[in-house]
Design a protein around this ligand. Sequence first.
Ligand code: HEC
Length: 191
Amino acid sequence: MKKFWVGLVVGVLLLPVLFVAYALSGLMPAAASDHPMPFEAWLAGAGLFARIRREAPKRDVSGFTTADLVTGADVYQKNCAACHGLPNQPAPAIAKGMFPPPPQLFTKDGEVTDDPAGVIYWMVNNGIRLTGMPGFHASLLDQQMWQVTALVNRADKLPPEALDALKPAPPVILITAGAANPASSQPQTTR
Ligand code: HEC
C-alpha cells in the first residue's frame, strides 16, 4: 500500500515538473508562426465554448434593419476589418501573421453565419483570451456590438447598402499644393 501512495505522489508531481521543464527548455511553441502544441487547439476551444455556452445571451437579430446593418458595417470597417477582412478582398497583412489566425468573416471558410448571434456577441463583447481577438465592451456601445454581430451573422445575405459600406476605402490621393492650384506654382512677380 505504501508503494502505491509513493507512486501516486511521484506521478502527480512528475507531470507538472515535466511540463515546467518543457516550458523552460525553449522548445515550447511561443511564436505566432509556430505549430500548435498537441491538444492546444482542442483544449482552448473546449474551454472557450463551455464558458460561452454558459454565458451567451439569447437574442434574435433577424429583425435588425438595413440601417442597423449599415451602422454595423461602419463599426466593422473601423474595428474589425484590419484582422477579419472585407468581402471580395485578399486577407489583410495582419491576418497573415497571427496565431491563431483571425477567420476571414466574409469568406465561405471563415463566416459565422451558422453561429447563434449570442455567441458572436459574447466574443465581440469579451474578446478571446490569448488569441489577439479583442473585447469591445469598453469601446463600443452595446447596440453597436449587436449591430456588428448581426452584420457578420448575416455575411452571406447582406443588402447592397451594407455591402457598399464594406467596400475598401479608396486610396488617398495626395494633391500637392502646386498641382491643386497651378497658379501657385507660377513664379511670383516681385512687387
Ligand atoms: C487584432 C485582430 C482582431 C480584431 C481587430 C478583431 N478580431 Fe475577431 N478574432 C481575431 C482572432 C485572432 C480570432 C480567432 C480566435 C480563435 O481562434 O479562437 C477572432 C475571432 C473572432 C470571431 C469568432 C470566429 C469563429 O470562427 O468562431 C468573431 C465572430 C470575431 N472575431 C468577430 C470580430 C468582430 C465583430 C470584430 C470587430 C468588432 C473583431 N472580431 C475584431 C482577431 C481580431
